[in-house]
Design a protein around this ligand. Sequence first.
Ligand code: SF4
Length: 219
Amino acid sequence: MTETKIYEAYNLLLKSFGRQGWWPRFDNNRFIYNKDFKNSKPSEDEAFVISISAILAQNTNWKNVEKAVINLNKENLLSKEALLKIDVGKLAGLIKPAGYFNQKAKKIKEFLKFNKEISRENLLEIWGVGEETADSILLYAYNFPIFVIDAYTKRIFNRIGFKLKNYKEFQELFHKNLVKDYKLFNEYHALLVELAKRNCRKVPICGNCPLNQVCEKLI
Ligand code: SF4
């Protein structure tokens, strides 16, 4: 039943919103959405930008991340080598649009020191990288089949009718009930973000919500 509902929700979202092409690749000073879903593994450079963007995306919306990344690109700072050379204060000024900029600049500097094998365990050892950021990096930069849980996912699935509490419980819901496929996890998470923007806001707009028929609306 749970499995059927989770797949049904995915299919309804995909039918309504279409592919989201997430995580957008940065090229030629703009983000490009990968909507035809070739979804090839990001190059090393692309993976680096996705990872930095995942840190910048903490507690802010994507538009603000875009502005911060564009600022970094204008200064030719979208590489590990370049960011290592820049002073943390200057970095903070450039990423100001993403909010919490002093803290995020320090987090990026910590991330630059990382030189271990990419794994959830190792990423979580970095100061400033929590579960959501680590899982975003693993899924979107490195194609690991790991479901990303964010505040939107928790809100939506609690309202649908799953009474879960913490990150681990939500992640297990998806890991146990979906085929472990990074493409599916990639698209599903992106569709949930879109749903949270369009319908399942703090004050939900249920009338035209694609999930109306499967949602218990526990608001
Ligand atoms: S029907 Fe309402 S509460 Fe349920 S997912 Fe849609 S917007 Fe959210």
